[in-house]
Design a protein around this ligand. Structure first.
Ligand code: GRF
Length: 190
C-alpha cells in the first residue's frame, strides 16, 4: 500500500514539524489540539491546518469522542500516515484501529525507559548518563509499540530539563524526518 498523504499532529512549539517540513517531506495536513506555534509553521509553509480544540481536561474529557473527531478529520483529508510530533492528547482506540501500523510517534527517551509526559525530567531524576529519542509505531499502550529508530545523546552533569530536552530534540529533528521518509518510500514500493 502506498503511503503518500501524511498528517503531522502537534500541540506546541513545533520544532520537530519544522524539521520535517525543512527536510522536504510532503506534509498534507497539520492537526493541532490547541492554538500553537506548530499551526503557524504549517500555515507559513502553505500546508493545510486544522485546529480540533480540546475543550476539557481531566475526568470530563471524552477521549473516545475526541479520537473519533480526529479520525473523521484525517479521513476527510485522505490521510494515510500519521506522525505525532509533540501532540499532547493521548488518543483512544478509534485512531489506532483506523491507522493500525500507520501512526507513529517520537518520544524523548530511549524507550522502553521513561515512558510518559515527564520523560526528560524522569531521565535526570534517575541519574541516567545517556538519553535520546525513540521513533516508534504508536499503539493504544502509551509510548509503546515497535521501535523504528533510536538515537542517543549524552546526559551532562549540569543538565536541566530544558538543556537535555533541547539536545534530544536536535537528534529528533534529524531522525524523525528520515524515518518518515523511509516509511513513505518503503510502503510506496510495495
Ligand atoms: C519532542 O521532544 C517530542 O519527542 C515530544 O515533544 C517534543 C516536541 O517538540 N513528544 P516541538 O514542539 O516539536 O518543539
Amino acid at each position: 500500500m502506498s503511503l503518500t498523504k501524511l498528517a503531522v499532529l502537534v500541540s506546541g512549539r513545533g520544532s520537530i514539524l519544522e524539521a520535517i517540513v525543512d527536510d522536504g517531506v510532503a506534509v498534507s495536513l497539520v492537526l493541532a489540539d490547541r492554538p500553537c506555534r506548530g499551526l503557524e509553521i504549517a500555515a507559513a509553509a502553505g500546508i493545510p491546518t486544522l485546529l480540533l480544540t480540546r475543550r476539557s481536561y481531566g475526568a470530563t474529557f471524552d477521549r473516545q469522542a475526541y479520537s473519533q473527531e480526529v479520525v473523521a478529520a484525517l479521513q476527510t483529508h485522505g490521510i494515510d500516515l500519521v506522525a505525532m510530533a509533540g501532540f499532547m492528547t493521548i488518543l483512544a482506540e478509534p485512531v489506532f484501529t483506523q491507522y493500525d501500523g500507520r501512526i507513529i510517534n517520537t518520544h524523548p527517551s530511549l524507550l522502553p525507559l521513561f515512558r510518559g509526559e515527564h520523560a526528560v525530567k524522569d531521565t535526570l531524576a534517575a541519574g541516567a548518563t545517556e538519553s535520546g529519542c525513540t521513533i516508534h509505531i504508536a499503539t493504544l499502550a502509551l509510548d509503546d509499540g515497535p521501535i523504528l529508530a533510536q538515537a542517543t545523546v549524552p546526559v551532562l552533569r549540569d543538565d536541566t530539563v530544558a538543556s537535555l530536552h533541547e539536545r534530544i530534540k536536535q537528534v529528533e529533528r534529524q531522525v524523525y524526518p528520515r524515518t518518515i521518509r523511509a516509511l513513505m518510500t518503503k510502503r510506496g514500493e510495495q
